[in-house]
Write a protein that binds this ligand. Structure first.
Ligand SMILES: C[S@@+](CC[C@H](N)C(=O)[O-])C[C@H]1O[C@@H](n2cnc3c(N)ncnc32)[C@H](O)[C@@H]1O
Length: 332
C-alpha cells in the first residue's frame, strides 16, 4: 500500500512492528532540493513539481524520528539502505548511532552527471548506508548475481568479488522527454540492493517514494512494496503509474548466474583430499606450470575455490621444498 502522507505519521498509523523485510530509501537532502535544478542547470520541463524539502535546522530531529520508525517496522534481520549526499550525512549517521541498528557497509555510489564545478573537484558520488536490525540472521543472497567461479574476461578477477565491493559505479538513467522525479534512483542500483537483501514475496518499504522507483523495481522483481510520499503532486501522478507495473516483469531482464563450478566449496576438506591437492600441485609444478595456472586447473577438477586451494598449498611449505630439493617423493 502507498500513502500520500508524511512518512513518520504514515508508518505510525499503518505499519505494524517488525512487519517489513527491507527498507530502501532516499530522504530529502535538506539542501534546498526543491531548487536543485539551479545547480544542475537542467531543463525541468519533464520534472514533476512538488518535491518537499526539510529545513536544514530541522534535519537532525526529522531524521531521528523517521529512522526510529523505520527501525520499529523492520523485522529482526531486516536491512535498511539509506541513500544520502554528504552535506547532511553526519545527521543521518548520528541518528543511526542512537538506534540498535548495526552498520554492515558504508557504500559509495559513483554516478555520472555530477554537479559541474570549476574551481574544485566535481561531486559525483552518494553514500549508501547499509544497516541491519539485530535479532535474526539477515538475508544476504551472496550468489544472486554472480557465482563464485565466474571470471572477468580482462582482469581474470572474480565477478562475484567485484560486484560485492563497496564502491558501486552505476550511471543515472537519462530519460529525455519522460516525466520524472528529481533525483530518481536508477533501476540497476535498486535491483542490486533488492536482489542481495530480499527474496521474492518479501515486503520492501520506501519512506520517501518520490517517483516510486523503489516500489516499481520491487514489484518488477516480484517483491511486495509499500511506502509514503508527502507531495500530493508526485503521489497522484505516480499512484497511476505504479498500477501499470506487472509483478515479476523485470525478472527476465536479470542475468542468471551459471552453476558454481566450485562444486565442493564449503564442504570440509579431508586429509586425503589435501594430499591429493598437494601431490597434483607438485606434479604440475615440476612440469613447469605456474602456481596460478595450477590453481585454476585444480579448481576445475576438484571443485574448490582459488582461496581454499591457495591456503592448502601455502600452509604446506613441503611442496615447494620438495620441488627445490629435486625430490620426486609424493605424499602417501
Ligand atoms: C530524494 S526524493 C526521493 C526520490 C526517489 N528515491 C526516487 O527515485 O524518485 C525525496 C522525496 O521525499 C518526499 N518527502 C519529503 N518529506 C517527506 C515526508 N516527511 N514524508 C514522506 N515523503 C516526504 C519528497 O517530496 C521527495 O519526493
Amino acid at each position: 500500500m502507498f500513502y500520500n502522507v508524511d512518512c513518520i505519521e504514515g508508518a505510525t498509523q499503518f505499519l505494524k512492528d517488525s512487519s517489513v523485510d527491507l527498507i530502501i530509501t532516499d530522504p530529502p537532502y535538506g539542501i534546498g532540493g526543491d531548487m536543485l535544478h539551479k545547480h544542475y542547470n537542467r531543463n525541468e520541463d519533464f520534472v514533476l513539481d512538488g518535491y518537499i524539502e526539510v529545513p536544514k535546522e530541522e534535519y537532525y530531529d526529522f531524521t531521528y524520528s523517521w529512522i526510529k520508525e523505520a527501525e520499529r517496522v523492520l523485522k529482526p534481520g531486516g536491512a535498511m539502505y539509506i541513500v544520502s549526499g554528504y552535506t547532511n550525512l553526519i545527521h543521518i549517521l548520528n541518528a543511526l548511532s542512537r538506534t540498535q541498528m548495526k552498520e554492515i557497509n558504508h557504500i559509495i555510489w559513483k554516478f555520472n552527471f555530477g554537479v559541474y564545478t570549476k574551481n574544485k573537484y566535481i561531486s559525483s558520488h552518494y553514500h549508501i548506508l547499509y544497516y541491519v536490525k539485530p535479532g535474526a540472521k539477515p538475508t544476504f543472497n551472496t550468489h544472486s548475481r554472480y557465482s563464485d567461479s565466474e571470471k572477468d574476461d580482462d582482469s581474470n578477477g572474480s565477478l562475484n568479488y567485484q560486484d560485492r565491493e563497496d564502491v558501486w559505479v552505476i550511471n543515472r538513467e537519462y530519460k529525455p522527454g519522460q516525466i520524472k522525479n528529481k533525483n530518481e534512483l536508477p533501476t540497476q542500483l535498486l535491483a542490486k540492493m533488492i536482489q542481495y537483501s530480499s527474496n521474492e514475496g518479501d515486503l520492501v518499504c520506501d519512506f520517501f517514494l518520490g517517483s516510486f522507483s523503489t516500489a516499481k523495481v520491487s514489484i518488477g522483481l516480484n517483491r511486495r512494496a509499500c511506502g509514503f510520499e508527502k507531495s500530493q503532486i508526485a503521489y497522484s501522478y505516480q499512484i497511476n503509474e505504479i498500477e501499470k507495473v506487472e509483478s515479476g516483469s523485470l525478472l527476465d531482464s536479470l542475468r542468471t548466474p551459471p552453476a558454481n563450478n566450485y562444486f565442493n566449496q564449503g564442504k570440509p576438506i579431508e586429509e586425503n583430499e589435501k594430499k591429493e591437492i598437494l601431490n597434483r600441485y607438485i606434479k604440475m609444478k615440476k612440469s613447469g606450470m605456474s602456481k596460478k595456472k595450477i590453481i585454476e586447473k585444480l579448481g576445475q577438477d576438484i571443485g574448490r575455490g582459488p582461496w581454499s586451494l591457495d591456503k592448502i598449498i601455502s600452509a604446506s611449505k613441503t611442496p615447494e621444498t620438495l620441488i627445490r630439493n629435486g625430490q620426486p617423493k609424493l605424499f602417501e
